[in-house]
Design a protein around this ligand. Structure first.
Ligand code: B12
Ligand code: SF4
Length: 448
């Protein structure tokens, strides 16, 4: 038991957008920390300030709650800029408040002397339920970089005990592939694979995989359904279907045993679409939506990225899943290191020829902390100023790391956007409305 008096903690998700329309993904990281901290007797408030005026909203929040500690979730791009504005405002109005930041932005920029962390007392690497709780219990005195510690996720599960959660449930029919009110969430941390461009491996202690058990997940889905009315659940993790399949097998069995009470969706690896027994079993358990981070249809590009060897069969695999009754969404990118025109064309052909799948598109930007990023820097092929990088949004940049000249790459990119938009506008008005509303929550349109 913590011997100190309870600490008043405000956890803030600054939001990935200046628009309130980007609401539909709950601040799960902050909610998970809050559950762990409450277990130690602290008073915790979680606020998602997405779309609100950054300076005004944080000023009002601290005037209202008077916290001892404010913790921010750090993410890249617009989210990083919003976080900076909030920290500057907070330092101006309440200079004595302890400020902590965690989240993917810290794992990508783990140097506490960077201007990015000016005014911040401590930055937390990776999963922070255990390390942040310890920091608070010890009086919030430690400064600088705080390492992650192992934590059994079943201790908090899916942290749904939050009075705002129902506002993140999409009404029936609005989330692509779902016919019931649907909530997007995370059921695991990290990944069992090791793609060379992916940031996730740097985010977990020792680069691991940390799932919530199927038993705990099932119990939390029941709690969420009762509390919010959600009957659809979409898992955004790349690894709900992990390499060992232990978790998904147990989840399927539990769902079928419970009479298949929900519609479900998840991300899945391209090659796994070839396992029709797995897909049928998932369908029987209630899965209806699959998100495939294909990245490229070129087998050679995929090999360089450490992906599986399914590139040549991408069209066949995607069709296979839609034929089984799934709504399939697939993300592809251009601009991969060393990518040739022929390799880019393979991806364009996939998008042109596969008509029953919705495609997300992005233009690759390497993530700090990944093998690809280090290789490019070592070879002198990447010269992005480190101070700017945290504030850049992935997916839309003019970096050229390919073997193509700028005109060829730009032309390929325009073609990809045209193909994507043609598909998009071929949808019915209802489907467009659904996709536009659901867009930012159903996809991680970028390097994952
Ligand atoms: C859902 C999701 C989205 C959704 C919703 C995002 C939103 N509204 O915040 C959408 C689709 C909008 C999205 C967009 C993007 N995303 Co995204 N997304 C995810 C995903 C799949 C799940 C996030 C999640 O809920 N995790 C589970 C929660 C519980 O974990 P967590 O938030 O990390 O929290 C833990 C720690 O980070 C830490 N922590 C968090 N907050 C705090 C606060 C304090 C004070 C402390 C101490 C600790 C702490 O402790 C928490 C508990 O352990 C992750 C991958 C992943 N599995 O994490 C990628 C991920 C976060 N996204 C990523 C990227 C690249 C993007 C995009 C940039 C892609 C693009 N092309 O534009 C955009 C931009 C948005 C942005 N600025 O972040 C990268 C982040 C890379 C980076 N270094 O920042 C990730 C890690 C994917 C990857 N493998 O690379 N994303
Ligand atoms: S890109 Fe996806 S599959 Fe590859 S390591 Fe990252 S999360 Fe795992």
């Amino acid at each position: 038991m913590n011997p100190r008096p309870p600490t008043r903690i405000l956890l803030v998700h600054p939001g990935v957008s200046d628009s309130p329309l980007a609401l539909p993904y709950a601040p799960w990281g902050a909610l998970s920390l809050a559950q762990a901290l409450r277990g130690n007797g602290h008073e915790v408030t979680v606020l998602d300030l997405v779309g609100q005026d950054a300076r005004k909203s944080i000023r009002e929040a601290v005037e209202d709650l008077v916290p001892d500690v404010v913790g921010f979730t750090g993410k890249m791009g617009v989210a990083a800029r919003r976080m900076r504005e909030m920290i500057d405002e907070l330092r101006a109005v309440r200079p004595m408040t302890r400020i902590a930041v965690g989240g993917p932005l810290v794992s990508a920029f783990p140097d506490s002397s960077l201007a990015l962390w000016k005014g911040v007392d401590a930055i937390f690497l990776g999963e922070a339920e255990a390390s942040f709780a310890r920091w608070v219990d010890e009086g919030c005195d430690r400064s600088g970089v705080v390492e992650a510690e192992e934590f059994d996720l079943d201790a908090v599960g899916v942290p749904w005990q939050w009075d705002q959660l129902a506002t993140y449930v999409m009404p029936a029919g609005l989330a692509p592939g779902f016919t019931v009110p649907t909530l997007h969430m995370s059921g695991a941390r990290g990944c069992t694979r090791r793609c060379s461009f992916c940031y996730l491996a740097t985010h977990l202690p020792r680069g691991g995989f940390n799932p919530i058990s199927a038993q705990r997940l099932l119990s939390d889905l029941g709690g969420i359904a009762e509390a919010t009315g959600a009957r659809g659940f979409c898992f955004t993790d790349d690894c709900l279907v992990d390499a060992s399949r232990t978790g998904i097998d147990a989840l399927n069995a539990g769902l079928i045993g419970a009479g298949t009470p929900y519609e479900l969706g998840c991300s899945i690896q391209l090659s796994l679409l070839g396992d029709s027994a797995l897909l049928r079993r998932m369908y029987d358990a209630g899965f209806r939506y699959l998100y495939v981070g294909a990245e490229s249809a070129s087998a050679a590009v995929r090999k360089r990225l450490g992906k599986d060897d399914a590139g040549n069969r991408a069209a066949e695999l995607l069709h296979g899943a839609t034929n089984l009754g799934y709504f399939v969404q697939c993300s592809v990118g251009l601009g991969w290191p060393g990518e040739t025109e022929a390799e880019a064309n393979t991806t364009l052909e996939l998008v042109e020829n596969v008509n029953d799948v919705l495609f997300d598109t992005f233009r690759f930007l390497p993530l700090p902390g990944t093998p690809v990023f280090s290789q490019l820097v070592d070879r002198g092929e990447l010269h992005v100023a480190k101070v700017q990088l945290p504030f850049m949004d992935f997916g839309d940049n003019d970096l050229n790391l390919t073997s193509m000249d700028d005109d060829t790459l730009n032309h390929a990119w325009e073609q990809l956007l045209r193909l994507r938009d043609e598909r998009y506008f071929a949808l019915s008005p209802q489907e467009i409305a659904a996709h536009a509303t659901a867009g930012c929550a159903t996809q991680v349109a970028g390097p994952r």
